[in-house]
Design a protein around this ligand. Structure first.
Ligand code: ADP
Ligand code: F6P
Length: 319
């Protein structure tokens, strides 16, 4: 293998830059050239790439986002788009590709693999909804961002005897919400994975108000409802005055945590080593603190295992 390409696709997350850096350094040690495609699959379709040497990939380890930029590219979903991408890869002399992104981006990687092109995927999405990896890149940083925000909100909530509904991202996954609720000591977590009794929640919150507690925090996963609607429904029954905060894209940015920097470095290195050694059509992930490779076919048809343990923990802790 002489030249490897890398791209970041779908929703960005912290740790993408650190992954690119590790991939570039690993490739150079193996005497392989590296190029970065800009704006995800859009760059592949346009043949828009830049050479990546140690210099180009330095000073980025600690930066959130992705300096290659990311995009959602509808055209790449079509067979014509994928053919065009393949032609460009061949024209540019690229022999292998590393794709960072969520389940959509990894589905795109699988389509290239099915066309016979060597590709390795890296799970990168704050949603943590990708199977065959305990953690995707960016999840830990997003959780730390959320916890910082919830702690801040709790301060002001306590000063005014207020309840807050705090909406977090996650698409259809309640992972961020349930872990954030546990780690911030929230009163409730509303997530898509379990049915929720709103009346019972209101009774518990009212009891808390009558006991003289000065705040209440409800963490809502975006896939489980709308924060303002829930606040409107419960505002007259809980005693506390209520406010809403939608954390939004704040969650996705910022300097990656140590966990994400290390995960990024391990995944970036392994992805390039696999391609160089002739293994492809796989996603690298983290299982029991080891880096493992799973066929993309299995990843895409798989389902993220249910968060039974997390849900039980939340229940035991009173959420
Ligand atoms: P994420 O990767 O974060 O889940 P998306 O679902 O938006 O984000 O996917 C990112 C990009 O991956 C899409 O814009 C598209 O270019 C590509 N993609 C998504 N689904 C497919 C698919 N079924 N086939 C081919 N490419 C896909
Ligand atoms: O998949 C990551 C994610 O941040 C989801 O949690 C969220 O629903 C979505 O992307 C937001 O997408 P966009 O950045 O296009 O608004």
């Amino acid at each position: 293998m002489k030249k490897i390409g890398i791209l970041t696709s779908g929703g960005d997350c912290s740790g993408m830059n650190a992954t690119i850096r590790a991939a570039v350094r690993t490739a150079l040690r193996l005497d392989i050239d590296m190029v970065g495609f800009r704006k995800g699959y859009t760059g592949l379709l346009k043949g828009d790439c830049i050479p990546l040497d140690t210099r180009a990939a330095s000073g980025i380890l600690h930066r959130g986002g992705t300096f290659l930029q990311s995009a959602r590219c509808a055209e790449f979903r079509t067979p014509e788009g994928q053919r065009q991408a393949l032609d460009n890869l061949q024209r540019l002399g690229v022999d292998g590709l590393v794709v960072l992104g969520g389940d959509g981006s990894l589905t795109g990687a699988l389509s290239l693999h099915r066309l016979g092109f060597p590709v390795v995927g890296i799970p990168a999405s704050i949603d943590n909804d990708i199977p065959f990896t305990d953690m995707a890149l960016g999840v830990d940083t997003a959780l730390n961002n959320i916890i910082y925000a919830v702690d801040c909100i709790k301060d002001t909530a306590s000063s005014h005897e207020r309840a807050f509904v705090i909406e977090v991202m996650g698409r259809n996954s309640g992972y961020l919400a349930s872990v954030a609720a546990i780690a911030s000591g929230a009163e409730c977590a509303i997530i898509p994975e379990r049915t929720f009794d709103l009346d019972e929640m209101c009774r518990q919150l009212h009891l808390r108000f009558e006991q003289g507690r000065d705040n209440a925090i409800i963490i809502l996963a975006e896939g489980a409802g709308n924060a303002q609607e829930i606040a409107n429904r419960i505002k007259d029954t809980i005693g506390f005055e209520i406010r809403v905060t939608v954390l939004g894209h704040y969650q996705r940015g910022g300097a990656p945590t140590v966990f994400d920097r290390l995960l990024a470095s391990r995944l970036g290195k392994r992805a390039v080593e696999l391609l160089a050694g002739g293994t492809h059509g796989v996603m690298v992930g983290l299982a029991c603190n080891a880096i493992i490779a799973t066929p993309l076919e299995d990843v895409i048809k798989g389902e993220k295992r249910p968060q039974d343990e997390m849900l039980r923990l939340a229940e035991v802790l009173g959420m």
